[in-house]
Structure formats: C-alpha cells, structure tokens
Design a protein around this ligand. Structure first.
Ligand SMILES: [Zn+2]
Length: 344
C-alpha cells in the first residue's frame, strides 16, 4: 500500500506551523489511541500512521528532509538504527541529527512513543496516570455566509455552534465525590449551543479565515480555551462585482450622453458619485473612480470603483429615429467593422 503524505495524515497543509502540527497530532492521537479503541485494528493502523507522521514533522531537520525527498528521503519514516542502519539511501553515519528519539514500550515495531507527549495527552483522559500540566483546548472550525456589503465595508455575523465547556456539575473533574459525574458521564465537559458574534473586518474576501480567540474547546488543568476559526463565504451582489480590491458595475448611458459626453450618477459601494462620461464613449468602455473600491482594514490597501458604460439604443421605432440614426451613420470615419479578423 502506498504511504500517505504525512501532512495529509495529520490533515495539514505544507506550510503548517509547529503549533498546528502539535495540535493536529494531539487531536488525532486522542481519538485513535489504542486505549480508547481496544481491538480496533483500523484505528491502530491510523494511530501508527499519525504517530509516524508526527515524529517526522515535529522535527525541523526531518521535516526539511521529508519536504525535499518525501517518503523516499533519507531516514524518513523510520529509525535507521532500529533496522540495522546504513542501508541504501542513508548518509554514512546515520541520519543527520541522530535519527529518531528513543522511546520505550511501543507496541508497534519501528515506532517510538514519546512518553512525555503521551503522558501529557492521556494523563487527563485516563484518570491522571501521570501528572499533567495545563492543556490548551482544541480549536474548532466553521463557515459563515456574509453579505457582499458587510465583507467590503465590515460588519458582524453570527455563527451558531455547539461547543464543549467544562461541566458545571463537576467543574470539569469528571467526578462528584467518589462517583462518576452524572451530568457529563465522567467526560468533564458538556456540549452547549452558543451563538458567537464575529466581527467581519472591512475588505474581507471570499475564502478568508477569521480567528475568534477563546471560542474553541475548553482547556484542561487550567489550560487556555481553544480558538474558533471561521471561513468566510461572501455572497454575490446583484449589481456590484469584486475584482481584487476593485469593485465594478455597469452604467447605462444614452446615445446623446455617449456622443456628446455627460455627467451621470454612478452607484458605488460607498454611495452615489457624480462621474464623467467623456464625449465619444463606446459601450464597454471602463472608467475608474480612485479610492472608491474596497478599503482593506488589515493592510490599508484601497481599491477603485470601475464603471463600465453601456450605450442604450432606443427600442421605439419611428421615422424620426431612423432619420437621426441615418445622420449618425454618415459620421463614422470608416467601416466600423474594419478591424474584424478576416479569413477565419
Ligand atoms: Zn461533570
């Protein structure tokens, strides 16, 4: 079976930070640990895979080697010493940095658990087998739909979510006196529905992720609460279109305005602006209003409003209209289709 990409195993992108790697590992290890899934061979395999991915990605040097060479890389995936070392593909003297950490008591060949990490992780879950320090809560993820105007100008959105909080009956200990807490069944946490208000900064783009601190899962042993990460989907607007930080809209103009020039009202996201149509304007010609586009709160970048002319021809047919159009026809300086490609 082909080995899965380590980042994929941990559900991360290649640019993941050390903290993200650790968090992803903790989350998966908690879920897949053999103590939680006794006899589940699939979970065991996944756990092994997660452990192996973490062993490589948490180590700068091994991670660099993996990023460069993948699974085929020097030492990626297993400890050369545990396998006799010096095999094809390994630098003489073993992997730079000294191979994999020595762990103990691994049920899986070639995989080493770091007792420190796992003690940390499972101390809480399994009745305090080891003294555990404060554990930060898990991050949670969600998505929201945001109206076009709020994304451009800034606003607030509300997200309904269920999130875990320390159990109020047992204060998160999982026990009441000598018995398991009946409210949380010993979990120490209860899930509650909550509406979270999210500030949408001006200039938010479709696909942006907003971080809401302290709205994730509860920490343990006095650890900090996790964060909420919200991915924004910006709704399309019936009139405006956004292109980067520019906003575009079509403005209909009359033949006379196009021919002779005019000042016309142009709707922008910031309100209506009086703008020029120069004499001789053609349909689809674009004009720019500087600074009337998106103003990005985070970077201070400012886009423009672009208005696109659309010359409207009267639909009412009349002899006077034909006369006027005939007169206009005599004013073209040449064949209007002179620049069309020929011989296609
Ligand atoms: Zn409880």
């Amino acid at each position: 079976m082909a080995k899965r990409d380590y980042y994929e195993v941990l559900g991360l992108s290649r640019g993941a930070t050390e903290a993200e790697i650790k968090k992803a590992y903790r989350r998966l290890a908690r879920k897949l640990h053999p103590d939680v899934n006794p006899g589940d061979k699939a979970a065991q395999k996944r756990f092994q895979e997660v452990q192996e991915a973490y062993d490589v990605l948490k180590d700068d040097e091994k991670r660099r080697a993996y990023d460069r060479f993948g699974h085929a890389g020097p030492g990626a995936g297993f400890d050369p010493r545990a396998h006799g070392g010096g095999g094809a593909g390994f630098p003489p003297g073993g992997f730079p940095g000294g191979g994999f950490p020595r762990g103990g008591g691994s049920p899986f060949e070639g995989i080493h658990f770091e007792s420190g990490d796992l003690g940390d992780l499972f101390g809480n879950l399994f009745g305090g087998r080891r003294p555990a320090g404060p554990q930060p809560g898990e991050d949670i993820r969600g998505t929201i739909e945001v109206p076009f105007r709020d994304a451009v100008l800034g606003g607030t959105a509300t997200l309904a979510l269920r999130r875990e909080k320390p159990c109020p009956t047992c204060n998160g200990t999982g026990r009441t006196g000598k018995t398991t807490c009946p409210t949380c069944r010993g979990e120490g946490v209860v899930a509650e529905s909550e509406r979270v208000n999210i500030k949408i900064p001006a200039g938010t783009q479709d696909g942006d992720t907003l971080r809401v601190p302290g709205k994730g899962g509860p920490g343990a042993q006095g650890g900090s609460v996790g964060d909420l990460y919200v991915t924004v989907h910006v709704q399309s607007h019936p009139y405006f279109e956004r292109h980067g930080n520019d906003i575009q809209g079509i403005v209909p103009i009359t033949v006379k305005e196009a021919y002779g020039g005019a000042e016309i009202p142009v709707p922008t996201i910031h309100g209506v602006v009086t703008a020029k149509i120069p004499a001789g304007t053609q349909s689809r010609q674009r004009f720019r209003l500087r600074g009337k586009g998106v103003k990005v709160a985070r970077t201070g970048a400012t886009g423009d409003h672009i208005y696109v002319a659309r010359v409207m021809i009267p639909k009412t047919q009349s002899p006077a209209g034909v006369d006027a159009a005939t007169l206009l026809d005599s004013l073209y300086e040449g064949d209007v289709r002179a620049e069309l490609p020929r011989g296609l």
